[in-house]
Design a protein around this ligand. Structure first.
Ligand code: ATP
Length: 370
């Protein structure tokens, strides 16, 4: 059962905590994405699980065995951790052909010739590299080399696969295809995948659970739709979702049990909390409204002006000048908008959020607007 447990893991470089007291339980057969802005500690976390970086303190347990413990002064070397790695700087063996790169590990494990042939052709087919099987790495493009590296890592069928932005050199179309292949592969291999990315869409579409980090600290560790629908703080709400959530500074004018009147832009608006709420009169908060919750409709009651419109075929991202604020809405279908068009909007009665307007930005309520 390849479960990975990180207990209070910290890595300090030059007096700064690249990873700060990280606690994670990555369950057997999870597909975890480590997500967050540049420098938040994703790669360092992955390298510590792999054994390529030694934590400053804490404990890491893989498959029931401690592989690092600062308390016991114990470090298990990478080659004994039984994990496959796929890093951005995949080093293919330059003197071996594509086929030899893929089969080398299997020959070392004394696999039967027929099994090696079957496995390598399946992988080459899947990754669309059959036609290059007799070429050397120097004769391939970056994207082709990356696919060979993926095939090579997957060949031995590791139960834990650690990947650091493995699709970054691929073009957009191939990247999409590879994402679905990785997802299928995850299901077919029954392995635990840990995948570093800074691309929130990639993290959302691939993961069973997203571990979202900021400055070395874990912000949220949940299923993608939970992070989207119930963000723990304003940072996670803003990081997940494209286009980004509207985060609007508001002030609580009055409160009655589950309802608050919020001063927003040049108007006031009611917010009904679905659950408990901590807001107090006079408090400054951030109101989070997802772009798809702003509906442009003749039945709307709030006047707005189109600031910009970015059509992409299936949907149009419309920036609106409303109540003295610029808000982003998404409109599905092929409706056309022009700059300075006058429109009416209303908020859909779906989940919106209130966050504290401070460094932590904790979510204090979710609810509906009218
Ligand atoms: P990116 O998305 O840019 O790759 P990341 O989230 O993977 O970023 P890390 O590479 O884990 O971030 O780095 C976390 C922090 O630790 C950064 O501030 C980085 O500068 C620092 N860091 C990483 N490796 C070292 C090192 N060997 N020496 C000193 N500082 C380091």
């Amino acid at each position: 059962m390849p479960e990975i447990i990180l207990k209070n893991v910290t890595k300090t470089f030059d007096h700064t905590n690249a990873v700060d007291h990280l606690n994670l339980v990555i369950k057997d057969r999870d597909f975890i994405t480590l997500l967050g802005p540049s420098g938040c500690g994703k790669t360092t976390t992955l390298r510590m699980i792999a054994g390529l970086e030694t934590p400053t303190s804490g404990e890491i347990i893989i498959d029931g065995h401690s592989v690092f413990s600062s308390e016991k002064g114990f470090v298990l070397p990478p080659q004994k951790r039984n994990v496959g790695f796929l890093f951005q700087n995949y080093a293919l063996w330059p003197h071996m052909t594509v086929l030899q790169n893929i089969t080398f590990g299997l020959e070392n494990l004394n696999w039967e010739k027929e099994k090696i042939r079957e496995r390598s052709s399946k992988l080459m087919k899947m990754l669309q590299i059959e036609e290059y099987k007799d070429r050397y790495p120097a004769e391939l493009s970056g994207g082709q080399q990356q696919r060979v590296a993926i095939a090579r890592t997957l060949a031995t069928g590791p139960r834990i696969l650690l990947m650091d932005e493995p699709l970054s050199n691929l073009d957009a179309k191939l990247r999409m295809e590879m994402r679905s292949e990785l997802k299928r592969l995850h299901m077919e291999t029954d392995s635990t995948f840990v995948y570093v990315t800074h691309d929130q869409l990639e993290a959302m579409t691939l993961a069973t659970r997203i571990s979202l980090m900021k400055k070395g600290k874990l912000q949220q560790f949940d299923a993608p739709l939970t992070v989207y629908n119930c963000p723990s703080n304003a940072f996670t709400a803003d990081f997940i979702g494209n286009p980004s959530i509207n985060l609007i500074p508001v002030k609580v004018e009055s409160r009655q049990e589950q309802e608050v009147l919020l001063h927003m832009g040049s108007a006031s608006i009611h917010f009904h909390a679905l659950d408990s709420m901590e807001a107090e009169k006079g408090e400054s908060l951030l109101l989070g409204i997802r772009p798809e919750n702003i509906e442009i409709s003749d039945e709307g009651t709030i006047e707005a002006k189109v600031y910009s419109a970015l059509p992409s075929g299936m949907e149009t991202v419309v920036k609106l000048d409303v109540l003295g604020l610029i808000l982003t809405a998404v409109v599905f279908g092929d409706r056309e908008f022009h700059i300075n068009d006058k429109v009416k909007i209303r908020f859909r009665s779906r989940k919106n959020h209130l966050f504290r307007h401070d460094e932590e930005g904790r979510r204090i309520a979710s609810g509906e607007l009218d």
